[in-house]
Design a protein around this ligand. Sequence first.
Ligand SMILES: [Zn+2]
Length: 375
Amino acid sequence: MPRNSKGFYGPRYEEGPRRKTGGEDLVPRRVAAGLAHSPGVREVDLRDDFSGLVKRKLAERVGFVCSNPDCEASTMGPSSRDAMTMNVGVAGHITAASPKGPRYNGKLTTRQRKAFRNGIWLCEVCGKIVDADESAHSVRQLLTWKQRAEHLARTRLGVPKANSHFHLLPNDQTMYINVRRFQELAQRDHLQINAGPLKENAPLLNMEGLVGYVMENERALKTLYPEALLFDRLKTKTDLENSRGQLISFVGKFRSKNAPRLRNGRVPIIHPTGNINKDHVAYKNYNSIRLVLPLDSLWYASQSAVAFFRGLSRIAVRGLARVHSVTSKVIVASPIWLALPGRVAHPFAHVAKGAGFDFALPVSPNRPTEGHFKK
Ligand SMILES: [Zn+2]
């Protein structure tokens, strides 16, 4: 049986009935220690490797997901053999285990170098990249990755998978797309979005072939199925604090402020100033906090959207946005996609109808939000 000699949580380690523990490396030991050409030297003594327990803690605290925010590959899963698991993750050193390794810090004691605090869980590929000779990855960056990965693992804990993805539902009507932000999102998944019809400083409304273009992007969004924090589920101030830079999804009734006037049925081009008190925004109050979505006239997708954004009443919106800034009262998020939600048929509607009830889920349930934002 080709058992991995590098030990528990080492590359390609397969967990079988018997466990082995031992050292594991991102780079072969002799190379990492600069001893590839020094036969006869006992390199083992020069490296401060993590114990099996530390590796396990590093992996578990991020849910066995690579800590690189641009990767997030799963690192643990079933092997082809029954009841066996396969690990493709590595415990990387934030500061190197040996003097010639990357980011080596001579001030640390052996104990500190081998400690949980000096480790980060990565997939094999990211482990190699981070430790490559000319690695541009700093200690600070790796610590940020680690913190973020642990935070994400915590927010995912106990949250059903389906609830953490943004759904564009069949009856949703796209009102607003920020194609540029959407493209950035798609590129992370190596998905090409047609930006051909986009013209600099031209509102989408004025584009030819808009409908086809929107449909194409909608299809792409359905394929992307991006993972996003449900805004309603962010319960504490810390949750909010940590949502900075993350994707959020929401459904609810929003108001609009400072909307531009339609002139001759055309949307004027506006230039956001970055001041949410002056720019055109959609917003919704969640108890003590306001979610503010600055809008950009370049990206209106439909006439109904313009009417909506002009309107003063509250209108239901399902959306996806990236959190830009967080204060104790206001969260500003850059919208990527906003849709007018279609009515959602309840999964048991047909049963209920047979029993004399007729119900569809309200598009923006006015249920009390939990928290927002208890201490
Ligand atoms: Zn990775």
